[in-house]
Ligand binder design. Structure first.
Ligand SMILES: [Zn+2]
Length: 108
């Protein structure tokens, strides 16, 4: 059996892993799971299957780089069109923002 490349202590065992992307559940997929740290690894064909599921659900590629710009004393984050559409964000709509460690959460 293979040694875990993440913790280098555990062994990889066959199992199933529940995959989610951006909080959307994609399903259960076969994976190699570390007995120590629980990290899971999927082979190339499964990775493609997961990608395909994410495409079907319209969430593939929603993670993007964006620029932070200045507007007056505040900073503004540009939200790409695809993300705005996915979250039903509209200009002028009120949203609640707050930090979570190094993340910025915007709740619509
Ligand atoms: Zn491990």
């Amino acid at each position: 059996m293979m040694k875990c490349p993440v913790c280098e202590k555990g062994r990889l065992k066959k199992g199933k892993v529940k995959e989610t992307m951006f909080g959307v559940y994609l399903g259960e997929f076969p994976a190699q799971i570390c007995s120590k740290c629980g990290e899971s690894f999927t082979d190339e064909s499964i990775t493609r299957e997961i990608e395909q599921k994410a495409r079907e659900k319209g969430i593939w590629g929603l993670g993007k780089k964006t620029k932070i710009t200045r507007t007056g004393n505040s900073l503004a984050v540009r939200i790409p069109k695809e993300i705005a559409t996915f979250l039903h964000l509209k200009e002028g709509k009120e949203a609640y923002i707050h930090p979570e460690k190094n993340r910025l959460i915007i709740e619509s």
